[in-house]
Design a protein around this ligand. Sequence first.
Ligand code: NAD
Length: 305
Amino acid sequence: MTAKIIDGKAFAADVRARVAKHVARVKDESGITPGLAVVLVGEDPASQVYVRSKGTMTVETGMNSYEHKLNADTAEADLLALIDKLNGDPAVHGILVQLPLPGHLNEDLVINSIDPAKDVDGFHISNVGLLGTGQKSMVPCTPLGCLMMLRDHHGSLSGLDAVVIGRSNIVGKPMAQLLIKDSCTVTVAHSRTKDLPGTVRRADIVVAAVGRPQMVPGDWIKPGATVIDVGINRIEAPERGTKEDGSVKTRLVGDVDFDSCAAVAGAITPVPGGVGPMTIACLLANTLTACCRANGLEEPQGLTA
Ligand code: NAD
């Protein structure tokens, strides 16, 4: 079997177009422009790139983007004061604090100081609890993007066996909650799972969110299964030659070995171009959803769980 490649880039472009259309309607009917505030503490280069592209895409969909860049040594009290100000700002409907934060800042405290209604990352303890009890919440962007692609491919997920590899608060756990909500039978595997190959082999849906390059080989995959690869890992790629400084060039790979898995799976997401683009698209969708909920406006259809 050769798997269908799920094109996350095209899917994300479609989600952004749907967001933009609904944003235009919101502006037209209410005069309100949805706004997303992104807070970046420190100069981590990868975080700077993420924040820049989030800002660009926010504006491209017709929403307002507010960027707050703080020094790496910012005091916790100052960061909390900024979040408090954004919580009270009616022009801001979504607040995202870019993670990871510098070590002296308490991430849990910071995230839980965001108004849950503006918590577009879905990491606030209230949203985690709402999702876990099957109630309306803000849903973490990466698992939401995975869910959208799975629903699009399968239609109904009801009764399917799903294995999520990884139990992080950001991906693994909320992914499992979303799949349970869609009536899958869910197994969460992790670093202490005894028979990972045997566990994965039973799955109709495999979501890999581990952070270990190409760790899932094709012979772990049940023929015809759907494989969603969340991992983003940079590995050396000697076949691409060397950089000017003599070091070996690199490339991005996922947590699954794409070629061997694609030979067995029914459908698979590539890295790059799979889950990654969906994450930002879902952030925009969440910002729009938060704005609609805050103002009693009709929510966009099909853009949340
Ligand atoms: P994490 O480090 O917080 O969690 C990794 C999980 O993998 C842990 O629960 C751990 O138990 C499990 N694990 C580790 N080794 C294992 C093993 N040998 N066998 C089975 N399970 C094992 O990571 P995370 O934040 O959940 O991210 C996972 C990956 O997804 C990373 O590569 C990250 O870069 C990527 N990611 C991508 C996006 C995106 O937008 N595409 C978003 C978030 C994270």
